[in-house]
Ligand binder design. Structure first.
Ligand code: HPA
Length: 282
């Protein structure tokens, strides 16, 4: 079956469980899981039930789509995402974004945990992604292009919405949250990087490195969505003072930063609520 038909089938199924049109699609990565609890009168749909969604493997957590309202804005949120390092294909990783787009979402908010390469950053800081470098070994847009989904050669001169970047930084400042603008570099993982790799990544202009987000953002931009990307710096990756990875510490840092990300996203959605009201009045 063609990708287009698969997307329509999945979207119809979601619509049969939740009839609203989502304004925003949200990917709750490490550090944003708790936002799901802020979704009012949620319709919760396990990924297993949605046609053509990837089956979650034993290694990944069971995921679900949580649809409902935040700050009066209809949202569809992915609680749990698919990673390339788990063995999913780029098509599988990005399929949910296609579906949320087909349902009507025009904005993608995506979060992740990332290693800090910029020595001015610190563990627990928030990075508002202003650009990215794709060093993953693939791209979800490879293959025949369906012009109904987007253009053959999507422009990437501004994948992350400038207004959303500025607003996210403004909200952070008001809430006394340390947030930086930065370039996200994506790798597949699952291994962490060598010192030589971290040195190289810093040299080519990256501020943070992580194992997700880029495939989903490519598909969102292809589909004409505005994108806001937020990283939590869970560990510092300084090649000349590199410590062995401490996974517990990374997860603890992500958990501790969760309220910061939630505040920023709630602020952004409050803005969107105003935009939607203004559009209605016009
Ligand atoms: N590299 C890749 N992904 C990560 C890292 C890292 O150092 N830290 C958290 N996610």
């Amino acid at each position: 079956m063609e990708l287009w038909d698969q997307i329509q089938e999945a979207a119809s199924f979601v619509r049969s469980r939740w009839s609203r049109r989502p304004h925003a699609a949200i990917i709750l990565g490490t550090g944003l899981g708790k936002l799901a609890q802020r979704i009012e009168s949620p319709a919760i749909i396990p990924y297993e039930e949605i046609p053509h969604f990837a089956r979650t493997t034993a290694i990944s957590h069971a995921g679900q789509l949580v649809c409902g309202l935040i700050a009066g804005v209809p949202v569809a949120a992915m609680e749990g995402r698919f990673h390339i390092y788990e063995g999913y294909t780029y098509q599988q990783v990005t399929f949910p974004v296609r579906v949320m787009r087909a349902l009507g979402a025009e904005l993608l908010i995506v979060s992740n945990a990332a290693g800090g390469l910029n020595p001015h950053f610190a563990r627990g800081d928030i990075v508002v992604i202003e650009d990215h470098i794709n060093l993953m070994n693939g791209n979800p847009l490879i293959g025949p292009n369906d012009d109904r989904l987007g253009p053959r050669f999507p422009d990437m001169s501004q994948p992350y919405d400038r207004r959303l970047i500025d607003r996210a930084l403004e909200i952070a400042r008001k809430e006394n949250i340390v947030a930086h603008k930065g370039v996200y570099l994506g790798v597949t993982g699952p291994n962490l990087e060598t010192r030589a790799e971290y040195r190289f990544m810093r040299l080519i202009g990256a501020d943070v490195v992580g194992m997700s987000t880029i495939p989903e953002v490519l598909v969102a931009v292809h589909g004409g969505m505005r994108v806001l990307g937020l990283s939590v710096v869970t560990d510092m990756c300084l090649p000349d003072a590199l410590q062995p990875i401490n996974l517990e510490e990374i997860l603890a840092t992500a958990a501790a930063a969760e309220p910061k990300l939630v505040k920023i996203v709630l602020g952004i959605l409050a803005d969107e609520a105003e935009r939607l009201c203004a559009a209605k009045r016009r």
